[in-house]
Ligand binder design. Structure first.
Ligand SMILES: C[S@@+](CC[C@H](N)C(=O)[O-])C[C@H]1O[C@@H](n2cnc3c(N)ncnc32)[C@H](O)[C@@H]1O
Length: 395
């Protein structure tokens, strides 16, 4: 690792329309950053001073899906020539000379709001085409390998080269460290597709929440979902082999309603006698109400004597982006109930809302262990033999 590389430009990807709120979050927490180039869903910042410890840099707040350092921008009409130019950028060459690159993330900024006009975030066919061209022309053997040609997720604690297709003809090249689980997904979007059987797109939100948060929810656990209708999120929970009590005055889809591990309390949250929720391990909430109501509802359950609640996944609706100003207060309130590990993120599949997860302690987070079979075929071992750029470090 080169200690001399000290980048000064940062990029962040976010939901379309969240740029101003993201700049505000940044202004409040990263004083030395000034907004620079910006397009819907893609924002850059210039730091007053070069960043001396780029591998430790963290972008603050809940809105940046992914972030990294800018290495340059290229423009052109032909994909092959853009791919060639990407590898020739002086800053890219300088970076490659001193760093081990483990993977390539190629992604387009969002074309629309999640769920609007059938759009869902994720790697597009054009991004896949660009990725194929970049890999073919890559000077790094490990990036040319077939096994890495389909982007799903990268390994943790490595450097990844980003190609952000801000326009099909304008690519911003950057890099980031895969310090957190969500840094391993191209563009910060987990590789999820809405299956045919899903009742609605809330299924995707719940799947992403579970992937991102790594909550230690195990088969047989009891979850209550406040605001469960029509049932996509409950479906995702049921697939995790848990039992679900769904609370909602509205109708639940028959596919969910008839599930043997699902029961429906057709009432408003605050009308439910607390004895019906005895023994609940997890609270999930996705009600179209103000954040304060959602927090009041969760508090009423966790503050019961003998509460067995291990953690929460709360979707806080932001009817106005200004509500984000209260986020640290909301998180503080959750901590005051005895949940010390509280995190917030605008999930890729969220709309104008924030997902807050809480655990009693960080030690509860699920540790993903590789199966023996996976270890045997670890592609890292294969790459190690063919590429001088392979990093064997783990942190
Ligand atoms: C965004 S939808 C929930 C989607 C649901 N999680 C799913 O997976 O399909 C919001 C739901 O909150 C419910 N809701 C609103 N106020 C509520 C309350 N006080 N108690 C329970 N549910 C409520 C609405 O009836 C509506 O079904």
């Amino acid at each position: 690792m080169s200690s001399a590389w000290s980048p000064q430009f940062v990029f962040a990807a976010c939901q379309r329309g969240a740029e101003l709120a993201l700049k505000k979050e940044c202004a409040a927490r990263l004083e030395n950053a000034r907004p620079a180039f910006s397009r819907p869903g893609f924002v850059t910042f210039k730091l007053d001073q070069p960043c001396l410890t780029p591998e430790k840099f963290q972008f603050p707040g809940a809105l940046a899906r992914t972030f990294g350092f800018c290495l340059g921008k290229i423009q052109g009409d032909h994909l092959q020539s853009l791919a060639e130019q990407s590898w020739q950028l002086p800053a890219v060459q300088e970076f490659l000379a001193a760093h081990l690159i483990d993977n390539l993330h190629v992604w387009q900024r969002d074309a629309d709001l999640p769920g609007k006009h059938g759009f869902e975030p994720g790697v597009t066919p054009l991004a896949q085409e660009a990725e194929a061209a970049l890999r073919t022309q890559s000077p790094l053997e490990n990036l040319q390998a077939d096994e890495t040609s389909v982007q799903t997720s990268s390994r943790r604690n490595r450097w990844v080269l980003d190609v952000a297709m801000v326009e099909p003809t304008e690519w911003w090249i950057g890099c980031h460290r895969t310090a957190r689980r969500c840094d391993c997904w191209p563009g910060g979007v987990p590789p999820l597709v809405l299956p045919e059987h899903a009742v609605n797109r809330a299924y995707l939100k719940m799947k992403e929440a579970l992937l991102w948060s790594a909550l230690p929810i195990v088969p047989g656990n009891l979850c209550v979902e406040l605001g469960c209708a029509p049932g996509g999120a409950s479906q995702a929970l049921l697939e995790a082999a848990v039992q679900v009590i769904g609370v909602d005055p509205a109708e639940v889809d028959p596919a969910v309603e008839s599930h043997p591990r699902f029961s429906h309390l057709r009432q408003r949250t605050m009308e439910i006698p607390q004895r019906h929720l005895l023994g609940v391990h997890w609270i999930v909430a996705d009600m179209n109400v103000a954040p304060k109501y959602t927090l009041d509802a969760a508090e009423a359950i966790v503050t019961q004597p003998n509460s067995a609640v291990r953690g929460m996944v709360l979707t806080l609706k932001l009817s106005d982006w200004k509500l984000l100003d209260q986020l640290s207060e909301y998180m503080k309130r959750i901590r005051s109930w005895g949940y010390r590990d509280v995190r917030a993120r605008q999930l890729a599949f969220n709309r104008q809302e924030i997902c807050v997860v809480a655990l009693r302690s960080r030690a509860q987070r699920r540790v993903r262990r590789k199966s023996r079979k996976q270890r045997r075929i670890d592609p890292a071992q294969k790459r190690k033999t063919c590429s001088p750029h392979f990093s064997s470090s783990t942190s």
